[in-house]
Design a binder for this molecule. Structure first.
Ligand SMILES: [Zn+2]
Length: 353
């Protein structure tokens, strides 16, 4: 561009020299003016529009909750959480697992529910205590790994493995594997899945704020058979693929959470539906499998566009921008931790809206 401009001006200068003895129209000033006016400036290349930072990086980099009134904002799989509260990592009847993920946060209603379930199940049902998996991040929102839901602080994964009668170390909470309840695709393992599990899940379903509980379809079937058919509490239990080592508890939108979009009670939860799942799946498994015809290699499908802040409710922008609540040192850091890695902030840049 600069070279282009210079070339044109030098050319104009040459005219000045050759026409120096001419009329006033060829004065150096006039020629210079002509030269400038005559310069054709090629259009500037469009500046590259920076891609907005994926929301999972913005929310995943927040290690403390927003100092705002507690509020679940949006839908379970598209939203965020204001005023998140931490589930203490140890309680009289629970221990939180996978502490490095910093996902022991939730709406106060969820925290209250877990504490109540843990203590009720221990006292009433002889369940030794809960191992609590992921709730959500301090400010909810999309996560860097794992769940599509768990974004508004109203979902909890509760392991179906009973809590041991000792306090687990940090390392054990990171590496202990949950035990699958299944013997095979169709059925639970009776040595692992016991009447105590039935009672625990029933206890969880008994609270009015619990709207649905997701368990593997084989576990749903086992519950139906253990209960001898439909019971009102079983209507809250939904067969979800996976979920063979934990139950996923989802609670209703809290009353004071403006902008929380509920889901309503689940459908297709009758025991007849569970038995149909059994018959259909069994028939499918028993079908002789035909060798797959060779097909041309499929083109890799386009990756889904990243969820950004503009895809979330507007209030999530305020949640992200709010000051942090609580002490800078999360309780986790000085209980068990052998040098907890700080959450990287490198990826977190200002939102674009
Ligand atoms: Zn879950």
């Amino acid at each position: 561009m600069r070279a282009f401009l210079l070339t044109r001006l030098v050319a104009a200068g040459a005219i000045v020299v050759s026409c120096a003895a001419g009329t006033a129209a060829f004065t150096p000033a006039a020629i210079a003016q002509t030269a400038v006016a005559d310069v054709i400036v090629p259009p500037a290349p469009k500046p590259a529009v920076p891609k907005p930072t994926p929301a999972k990086q913005l929310f995943g980099s927040k290690d403390r909750p927003a100092d705002l009134k507690p509020r679940a904002i949006g839908f379970y799989s598209r939203g965020c959480l204001a005023g998140g509260q931490a589930l203490p990592i140890d309680g009289p009847a629970w221990q939180a697992m996978r502490l490095s993920r910093n996902r022991n946060w939730g709406h106060p209603n969820l925290i209250k529910l877990i504490e109540r379930l843990a203590t009720d199940a221990k006292r009433e049902d002889d369940w030794p205590g809960l191992l609590v998996g992921d709730l959500t991040q301090p400010r909810g929102g999309p996560m860097l790994s794992g769940h599509a839901s768990h974004q508004i602080g109203l979902d909890a994964d509760i392991w179906l493995t009973p809590m041991p009668d000792r306090r687990l170390s940090w390392a054990e909470r990171e590496t202990t594997s949950a035990v699958s309840m299944l013997a095979d695709t169709l059925s639970v393992d009776p040595k692992v899945f016991t009447t105590k599990h039935v009672k625990l899940i029933q206890r969880a379903a008994s609270y009015p704020e619990v709207e649905r509980i997701g368990v593997n379809p084989a576990i749903k079937l086992a519950l139906c058979r253990a209960e001898g058919g439909d019971k009102p509490w079983l209507q809250k239990i939904q067969g979800w693929p996976g979920h063979h080592y934990h139950m996923h508890i989802r609670i209703k939108c809290p009353e004071n959470s403006d902008g929380c979009t509920g889901q309503g009670p689940p459908t297709h939860t009758s025991c007849a539906h569970a038995e149909k799942w059994y018959r259909d799946t069994k028939a499918w498994l028993e079908q002789p499998k035909k060798p797959k015809p060779k097909t041309e290699a499929k083109k890799p499908s386009k990756p889904k566009p990243e969820v950004t802040l503009t895809d979330l409710p507007n209030a999530c922008e305020d949640v992200l921008a709010a000051a942090s609540a609580g002490s800078p040192k999360n309780q986790i850091e000085h209980v068990l931790a052998p040098a907890r890695k700080p959450v990287s902030r490198a990826a977190a840049v200002s939102p674009t809206r």
